[in-house]
Design a protein around this ligand. Structure first.
Ligand code: SF4
Ligand code: SF4
Length: 496
């Protein structure tokens, strides 16, 4: 038995007390058994002795002596003892009377450098997507009552750049968002030029990305994005029948015919960074494989990421329990294609697998579900700084302004109260290193508060994490070199 992350073996005396399964998730891949250890977020290959030990206690707690006696015809007492010691040490086994450990809430005292700033350059959109969180019934920010300007001014955008470069380390990432981002291309362009100049003067590097619905991509815009090596994500839901179901202009006309040729033109011209699509899944648009094939083969996207719509359950497009089962089944099927490609060192563009694989390989163990509120901040059109772009402009979620900076005590309180150790249900969940309670915006939409873990989708999260763990286990055995791509990649937190 060995830890794939190179963990050290430390002996410990075996216990007289009865033992039961601990804080780990068992899975199998390619005929090999593994454990995903929640306390360390490590993946551990399980040898025959430990597999037998785990089987022995799977039905009811057993003492070490009973386990040694049960398995004495197959293994030596020394091997069984060693296995018990290690399983207890990594907390895959625990004594039945062991108290549940709650890790301490540790919030860094010195501010974490800001890595990604998401600039909402407008809160207006030329589409009226029925499910949009910004305009629909679930909206948090009042974008139409005049409190937040419709467009960010050049002055606010420059103050935002100064803020980002003040707060960041040597690398900064600036993401433009909306509404429809390109409705304010004028400010986007001048901001990029200003930020490039300022970053160079300060000896920092800065890169740019944006999300767009692609309807306003013109040759001039495409040239600019290519020249400045923008990372571009296009929101697109698939072939015409699916795209036009929700992604419509204000007069109800579908947007496919306008945006698809423009997306293709961008992909053809802008070659320095791969272009990705982001698909919002609703109850009525769950044809994941068909969507994936269309977006990669017919349009030419390098990667496609899928996100279930954020909506309260009573909305007609919300995905219910059955819908999530279907999403999981379709994800699992497409993930098998990713695995087949990975084993042959071929690219596959299902980015949901790539992202989770990267987190597993790096041993990610999150105290917070995403970078919102520290590594990633959102800025509203008025220059208010909030948790992320989805809360930008909401007074309840404001952490400061780009002109006056961050209210550190408010930020500290937020991080403390949202730490995974303060989410009781998550404390006993093996998926917490990767989930940590899930998206604050989703929680706010469902439960009216960012504090609440997203317990409505635990089955989905655990089911999907288990699938990617199996894929990880198979790649680790059959083509471990493939995983080296995740070792250096230090991805900045990105908005979703
Ligand atoms: S929200 Fe659910 S799946 Fe996520 S860590 Fe908490 S209990 Fe686990
Ligand atoms: S996961 Fe949710 S809270 Fe975090 S950045 Fe994305 S939208 Fe914001």
């Amino acid at each position: 038995m060995g830890l794939l992350d190179g963990g050290r073996k430390v002996s410990m005396p075996s216990t007289l007390n009865a033992l039961q399964p601990g804080d780990a998730h068992a899975f199998e891949a390619g005929g090999q058994r593994f454990l995903y250890l929640a306390p360390s977020a490590a993946v551990m290959a399980v040898d025959d002795v430990s597999a037998a030990v785990l089987d022995a206690i799977s039905k009811s707690p057993r003492s070490s002596e009973e386990i040694v006696a049960d398995l004495s015809d197959r293994f030596t007492a020394q091997d069984i003892d060693e296995s018990l010691d290690e399983l207890i040490r990594v907390r895959a086994l625990k004594r039945i009377d062991a108290p549940t450990r709650r890790p301490p809430v540790i919030v860094p005292l010195t501010p974490v450098p800001l890595s990604t700033m998401v600039l909402n350059v407008t809160n207006q959109c030329n589409l009226s997507c029925t499910y949009c969180y910004e305009y629909g019934d679930d909206k948090i920010v009042a974008t139409e009552n005049g409190k937040q300007p419709k467009m960010m001014t050049e002055e606010t955008a420059r103050a935002s750049v100064d803020f980002l470069l003040r707060e960041s380390g040597s690398e900064a990432h600036m993401t433009f968002f909306g509404g429809e981002t390109l409705l304010n291309f004028r400010v986007l362009r001048s901001t990029v030029l200003y930020a490039t100049e300022q970053a160079a003067a300060m000896g920092k590097t800065i890169d740019f990305s944006m999300t767009t619905n692609a309807t306003l991509l013109s040759p001039e815009v495409i040239d600019f994005l290519a020249e400045h090596k923008f990372g571009v994500t296009i929101s697109m839901d698939g072939p015409p029948d699916l795209q036009n179901k929700f992604r419509v202009f204000h007069n109800g006309t579908g947007s496919y015919d306008v945006m698809a040729p423009k997306a293709k033109a961008l992909i053809q011209k802008h070659r320095s960074r791969p272009i990705g699509a982001r698909v919002t899944l609703t109850k009525d648009t769950l044809d994941i494989r068909r969507i994936y094939n269309h977006l990669t083969q017919d349009i030419g996207f390098w990667e496609v990421g899928f996100a279930p719509v954020t909506a309260s359950p009573e909305r007609p497009h919300a995905i219910g329990e059955e819908g999530f089962e279907r999403v999981l089944a379709e994800f699992r099927s497409l993930a098998q294609d990713y695995l087949a490609a990975a084993l042959q060192n071929r690219h596959h563009g299902f980015s949901n697998v790539r992202e989770t694989l990267g987190e597993i390989h790096k041993g990610a163990s999150k105290a917070w579900p995403c970078g919102a509120g520290f590594g990633l901040l959102g800025v509203s059109t008025a220059g208010d700084v909030a948790l992320c772009h989805r809360f930008a402009g909401s007074d309840d979620h404001k952490l400061g302004t780009v002109r006056d900076g961050i209210d550190r005590s408010r930020q500290h309180d937020f991080l403390e109260s949202h730490h995974v150790s303060n989410k009781t249900d998550c404390q006993t969940c093996w998926a917490r290193p990767l989930c940590a309670g899930g998206c604050y915006h989703e929680a706010h939409t469902r439960f009216g508060t960012t504090n609440q873990p997203n317990l409505h989708y635990c089955d989905w999260i655990r089911g999907w994490t288990d699938t990617v763990l199996q894929i990880y286990g198979q790649i680790a055995q059959q083509n471990p070199a493939f995983l080296s791509q995740f070792e250096d990649a230090n991805e900045a937190p990105q908005p979703s």
